[in-house]
Structure formats: structure tokens, C-alpha cells
Design a binder for this molecule. Structure first.
Ligand code: SF4
Length: 209
């Protein structure tokens, strides 16, 4: 698995992220996606969900879990500013690769900056139709309380939720580091959430009558 990752990262650096800072300085402001920065991309990995996946690691995380394997990703300004043209290339690369089973967003925490994350999330889902996984330090219930996150959930199939807890670390777990983290089937949970919300609204209207 380590070999796959190393190879993928090397490939990625060549494909997208040759650190040519002259280009970064010259790029047009309108090509930037808000303040979103990207750490790396693995064009084919088998460690971020089932099957072969295209993994996109975004910068920025406020959870600061002890034992985090990627503290370099906490600073939202680390990595490179993400450009629309990079997303164009990602879409093309995903659509051209027949062995891919899905796309995973990780980091950092992709929900660190929901507004700008929404741009890349929606484009990848709409333009590739792939199954989407997202790793986040928030619990699913916490995400449901963030107004600007709720519309984004429509574009996600599975969320691996919760902070990494060193005391619950278990290397036998699939796709997650500690046993408190869950694989949430987002569309199922959203249906339940909307049903419960409707019922609560009905009940409060009845009480008001
Ligand atoms: S949520 Fe993930 S990236 Fe953020 S500190 Fe925890 S383990 Fe690290």
C-alpha cells in the first residue's frame, strides 16, 4: 500500500503540482477557487475507500487530533492554491481512467472551508458521476448543524466521520484509524434526517394550533 501511495504521489507531482511558483504568482485571480489550497492528489489508491480511488487531499483542519498522521495539512495555506484549471484536469483524468471505482476527498478536513469545497465537490460529482467518499473530523450530527454544509451532503455517498482517537486506534479497521470513526451512508441518513425534521415541524404546528 505504501508503494502505491509513493508511486501515486510522484505521478501526481509530475501531472499537476510541479512546484513552479513562478506560474503560481502569474496565475489569474479569477482562476482561484476562493482560498482553497490542495496538498496532494493520488490518481490511483486503494487505501481511501473500496476499490481504486482518485484521492484529493485539501488543506485546512481545525480538529488537531493528537496522533494525526498529517499535521502538515492543518494550515489552510499549506500546499498550492487550487485553480479551476486544476479541477478541469482532475475531471479529465478521472473520466479517462476506466479502473477507478470512486473519488475520495481527505485532508486536512474538506469541511474546513465548506464554501470553496462545494465548488470542487459539485464539479467532480456532476462531471464524473463517481461514488464520492469524504473523510472529516466532524461527526455526521455536527455537520447537520452547519447550514452551509447541508446542501453539500447531496453530492456525497459515504462520510468517514469523527476525530482520530489514539486510544481507540485499531489497525484492523477498514478505511478508518480509530473505532469511534464511522462509515456513514450519507443519502440514507439524510432521508432519515429530513423525515424527522418534517415530523418535528408538524408536531410543533399542531402544538401551536
Ligand atoms: S481530523 Fe484528520 S486531518 Fe484533522 S487533525 Fe484529525 S486526523 Fe488530522
Amino acid at each position: 500500500m505504501i508503494l502505491v501511495r509513493k508511486f501515486s504521489f510522484f505521478f501526481t507531482l509530475n501531472r499537476f503540482f510541479i512546484p513552479n511558483f513562478a506560474n503560481v504568482k502569474q496565475m489569474k485571480m479569477e482562476d482561484l477557487i476562493g482560498e482553497l489550497h490542495i496538498m496532494k492528489v493520488y490518481p490511483e489508491t486503494i487505501v481511501d475507500g473500496p476499490g481504486f480511488r482518485y484521492s484529493i487531499y485539501l488543506s485546512g483542519c481545525r480538529h488537531h487530533c493528537p496522533g494525526c498522521q498529517n499535521p502538515n495539512s492543518w494550515n489552510p495555506l499549506n500546499g498550492l492554491p487550487l485553480r479551476r484549471s486544476m479541477v478541469d484536469e482532475m475531471v479529465e483524468s478521472i473520466n479517462e481512467n476506466p479502473i477507478l471505482d470512486g473519488v475520495t476527498f481527505s485532508g486536512g478536513d474538506p469541511f474546513f472551508n465548506p464554501k470553496d469545497f462545494g465548488y470542487i465537490l459539485k464539479r467532480i460529482k456532476k462531471e464524473t458521476g463517481k461514488n464520492i467518499w469524504v473523510y472529516t473530523g466532524y461527526k455526521f450530527e455536527e455537520l447537520l448543524e452547519i447550514e452551509e454544509v447541508i446542501p453539500l451532503l447531496n453530492y456525497i455517498d459515504v462520510i468517514v466521520d469523527g476525530r482520530f482517537d489514539q486510544s481507540k486506534f485499531d489497525p484492523r479497521l477498514d478505511w478508518r484509524g480509530s473505532s469511534n470513526q464511522r462509515l456513514v451512508k450519507v443519502q440514507e441518513e439524510l432521508r432519515k434526517f429530513r423525515k424527522e425534521k418534517k415530523e418535528a415541524e408538524k408536531a410543533s404546528k399542531k402544538e401551536a394550533c
